[in-house]
Design a protein around this ligand. Structure first.
Ligand SMILES: Cc1cc2nc3c(=O)[nH]c(=O)nc-3n(C[C@H](O)[C@H](O)[C@H](O)COP(=O)(O)OP(=O)(O)OC[C@H]3O[C@@H](n4cnc5c(N)ncnc54)[C@H](O)[C@@H]3O)c2cc1C
Length: 397
């Protein structure tokens, strides 16, 4: 996995001394932090770890409580096995090990893609990363939504429901609707780049999951009769749960419930969901195009806030982590070379080289793939054999 660079064995070794300390009860920070990260998803928590590994003082502000019942993120939770290894993600926190991606076309054809991965609960995964950041000296302010952000002289001041914090740099890692960037009046995503999703978390007997879906398989459903023009439906089995999801381009969605029900009514899905219990249902947006602005005056857009998501698969966790790390590296490089005015250019160029270029190409490829059933099936047959980035890079579609 190109770009993920922190090994998570042991504690921080490069510089564990916090430059500035903030007490948890103070309402105004007397000593500003170097960096405030807003949002403790994979982008924010990963950035906080990397910032500490590079000796920066960090305040990680999260609106939700980070306990397992408090914070829910609608997500399939599928990650590559390489990520499990690089993050030293404990196997006991994995819900299911995966080795096959079953790609079903509505008219009955299916394709089987091999590759090892894991399915995790995001509450568990994000908490793990946040704890690693705290172990390395980041201050975590959970259950404290950002309310305001303003710049005074050379510092940003952020107020939350509980306090006020200052820092020279701000990383907006607060998701697709980023309150930080909204308050700073940054340009929004273009509507065509937003995918509307619906997720249901279903409690289901483990044996039934394995009987109906196989022990180690994820299932994707394409071309659900006229209803998922630029997207697909999915069944992601966890241990005793099944995550059922559907996504389509927001501007095309007429009736999300009806369209989601079309997925639930597919024979395979209906059989699998028999006698199950719905525990949660949630809508969420996925940004599949880059925000028109991703840096300005020491503020960085990270992960979903920047629109760093694979437009074909909807995969965003690795890009969130990588963009957080690239932002920290940018700060460090530009400080070392006394080139702070070049941060925006450096950030964008490094993102470009690491993954943005290929994500942009994938967006064009996606439109070709979803032209009609024939092009879609052609892609599914190729995807069975190659990584989607390889298909796009080699111009196979
Ligand atoms: C239905 C669905 C399924 C998906 N499945 C997969 C998958 O299987 N694999 C994959 O790789 N990607 C998947 N993705 C994409 C992935 O979830 C995102 O790309 C990823 O979560 C982005 O991480 P992030 O850290 O940028 O943002 P987020 O994970 O959205 O984290 C943002 C954080 O900011 C916090 N926050 C928001 N507002 C405030 C505020 N005012 N103050 C403080 N904190 C705030 C939130 O509580 C949250 O913790 C899926 C997305 C969806 C919607």
């Amino acid at each position: 996995m190109k770009g993920i660079i922190f090994p998570l064995e042991g504690k921080n070794s490069s510089n564990s001394g916090t430059k500035n300390q903030n007490g948890s009860k103070m309402t105004k920070s007397s000593n500003p932090f170097d960096i405030i990260v807003v949002g403790a998803g994979p982008g924010g928590a990963g950035a906080a770890i990397h910032a500490r590994q590079n000796g920066y003082s960090v305040c990680l502000i999260e609106k939700e409580k980070m306990n397992l019942s408090g914070r829910y993120k609608a997500c399939g939770g599928a990650i590559d096995w390489k990520m499990v290894e690089v993050l030293s993600y404990p196997e006991e926190k994995i819900e299911r090990v995966i080795n096959t991606l079953e790609l079903h076309h509505f008219d009955g054809e299916s394709y089987s893609k091999k590759g090892t991965g894991a399915v995790v609960w995001r509450s568990v995964f994000d908490k793990y990363l946040t704890e690693k950041a705290v172990e390395r000296g980041a201050k975590c302010k959970e259950n404290e939504p950002l309310l305001t952000i303003k710049k005074q002289d050379h510092l940003y001041e952020i107020s939350t429901t509980k306090g006020r914090y200052q820092a020279k740099y701000v990383l907006a890692a607060d998701g697709v609707s980023s309150p930080t960037l909204r308050k700073l009046k940054w340009p929004r995503f273009v509507k065509e780049d937003l995918i509307m999703t619906v997720t249901e978390e279903i409690r289901l007997n483990k044996q039934k999951i394995e009987h109906d879906l196989g022990k180690n398989s994820l299932h994707l459903f394409f071309s659900i009769k006229g209803l998922s023009h630029l997207g697909y439906g999915w069944l992601f089995p966890k241990n005793q749960h099944l995550t059922v999801g559907w996504g389509n381009q927001l501007i095309r969605v007429k009736n999300a419930t009806k369209e989601f029900n079309a997925l639930l009514n597919l024979p395979m899905v209906r059989t699998c969901l028999k006698n199950s219990t719905i525990e949660r249902i949630k809508g969420h947006l996925i940004p599949v195009g880059i925000r028109p602005q991703i840096w300005n005056e020491n503020v960085y857009a990270i992960g979903d806030a920047g629109g760093f998501v694979d437009p074909i698969s909807g995969k965003g966790i690795p890009y969130a982590i990588q963009s957080g790390q690239i932002a920290i590296n940018t700060i460090k490089q530009c400080e070392n070379k006394d080139l702070l005015d070049n941060q925006g250019q450096y950030y964008e160029e490094t993102l470009d080289k690491t993954f943005l270029q290929i994500l942009r190409k994938k967006k064009n490829a996606r439109d070709r793939i979803y032209q009609n059933d024939q092009t879609l099936k052609q892609f599914l047959a190729l995807w069975e054999k190659y990584r989607s980035s390889e298909i796009v890079r080699r111009g196979l579609i």
